[in-house]
Design a protein around this ligand. Structure first.
Ligand code: HAM
Length: 427
């Protein structure tokens, strides 16, 4: 077979060193921020029982699973998201753990999606979750972590915004403000999730057909999305159930304001989240210009642990992918320049110096320095060229004259300055 027959699968990625360095840059920022908030890192297996997703994640993700039957006749799937695994892991251990549990992870996830800008079949996702705490301050903490993750990478409120909503508030508005019947509620939620990407006429037709709404109800529902902010929403809908359901979101906004993050946050009732398990406040982060898909999504999911067979336990968290975020950072010139570096490059003049060069290089590596040299006899010019290519900060030259005097030449590659030093003084 020709090597062209082994092309990369569509939607999968190679990470040559420059790309990997960029990925590592994101991971470093994510880890630093998570640790700053007291989160501990965990991981789980990339392959899980298929049922973990078919039961809990909702239809959208189930249609995108990389699933198969393994050699032991088990129905399995590559993980499309981390939250069900987290719920499974904590279902087994959480009872004996001090609460709240603050955990984070950076799993590689797989979804058989139609490949498009910002959507691949494989991505890395920063997952940050608080389990065992139902106070709304945990919801605010989680969004603050997500925002700080972006700030750590150089993005500000002028670049990104968090669109937040609460499924309980939307339920009260739909039920008591609009009059959506109980059996039309799921369909209404599913349509609201997509309403932004639909022409208004299509949305109207679907709301009538799928959620059973009459034209006046469709009008009332679409008007909800014109309301700006909680005060507007409460003024337009004075129902007691709406006031009650708006209280957690009100407190949430207050907490974020107190943290100095208010500029990042806006209430947006079209945010409901596609995944089935969310129960309360939900949010998504987008680039301000609205050109890209969501950078991050999350919210409260108080029943998932119980659904996967664990103790009932409240939970809230988010997932932030590396693909859309990478696009945004590159667009804003916030991707660091790739730099290759090496502490020392050892240049030898004449093969006889080989053993001494290897001995010195090894001693320097033992001391924690990065060191490289040519594997075969090359001209001094070529060796210096390699030193430059590899980003060596210093070159050590071992030659017969220096050897006779018990010294090596140490050249600083930036300044060009040279000194003769005994090799024992290095390291
Ligand atoms: P999600 O909204 O499905 O949520 O994914 C979160 C983020 O992962 C998205 O906003 C997007 O940046 C990225 N992402 C998702 N799918 C792809 C893809 N095919 N290609 C590139 N990036 C992608 C969840 O997965 C929830 N489990 C998050 C969560 C954690 N909720 C609570 N805790």
């Amino acid at each position: 077979m020709a090597s062209s027959d082994f092309r990369r699968l569509p939607g999968f990625r190679d990470f040559p060193p420059e790309e990997l360095a960029f990925r590592a840059h994101l991971f470093r920022a994510w880890r630093a921020v998570a640790r700053r908030y007291g989160f501990l890192e965990y991981d789980g297996p990339p392959l899980e029982p298929l049922e973990l997703y078919t039961e809990k994640s909702g239809d959208e993700i189930v249609g995108q699973l990389y699933n198969f039957t393994d050699k032991g006749d088990r129905q399995v799937s590559l993980r499309p998201e981390m939250t069900p695994s987290l719920a499974r892991i904590l279902g087994e251990h959480a009872r004996s753990m001090p609460k709240p549990i603050r955990w984070f992870s950076i799993p590689q996830l797989f979804r058989y999606e139609r490949q498009q800008r910002g959507r691949l079949r494989e991505h890395f996702q920063w997952n940050v979750d608080i389990v065992g705490e139902d106070d709304v301050s945990a919801d605010a903490e989680v969004l603050a972590v997500a925002i700080d993750g972006l700030r750590e990478l150089g993005l500000g409120a002028e670049d990104v915004r968090a669109r937040v909503s609460d499924r309980r508030l939307l339920t009260a508005l739909l039920r008591d403000g609009v009059g959506v019947p109980e059996d039309g509620m799921d369909a209404a939620f599913a349509l609201i999730d997509k309403v932004e990407r639909m022409p208004e006429e299509v949305a109207r037709e679907k709301l009538a057909a799928d959620a059973g709404l009459d034209p006046a109800q469709v009008d009332a529902l679409l008007k909800l999305f014109e309301l700006e902010g909680l005060d507007d929403i409460r003024a337009a809908h004075p129902e007691a159930s709406v006031a009650e359901a708006a209280a957690p979101l009100d407190a949430y906004l207050g907490h974020l304001e107190a943290m100095g993050l208010g500029d990042f946050v806006e209430v947006d009732l079209t945010i409901v989240r596609g995944l089935a398990y969310y129960t309360g406040i939900v949010f998504e982060l987008f680039d301000r210009q609205g050109e890209l898909r969501a950078i991050c999504g999350g919210g409260r999911y108080d029943r998932l642990l119980e659904l996967v067979g664990g103790d009932p336990m409240p939970a809230v968290g988010f997932g932030m992918g590396d693909v859309v975020l990478g696009e945004l950072l590159r667009e804003r010139a916030l991707a660091p320049d790739y730099e290759r570096t090496l502490d020392y490059y050892v240049v030898v003049i004449g093969e006889e110096q080989g053993p001494a060069a290897r001995g010195l290089a090894h001693r320097l590596r033992d001391a924690g320095h990065s060191v490289a040299y040519e594997f075969r006899d090359r001209s001094v010019g070529k060796q210096f060229k390699s030193a430059g290519t590899e980003g060596a900060r210093s070159v050590i030259v071992l030659g017969p004259e220096e050897a006779a005097k018990g010294v090596v030449v140490l050249r600083d590659m930036a300044s060009g300055e040279e000194e003769r030093v005994p090799p024992e003084s290095l390291g």
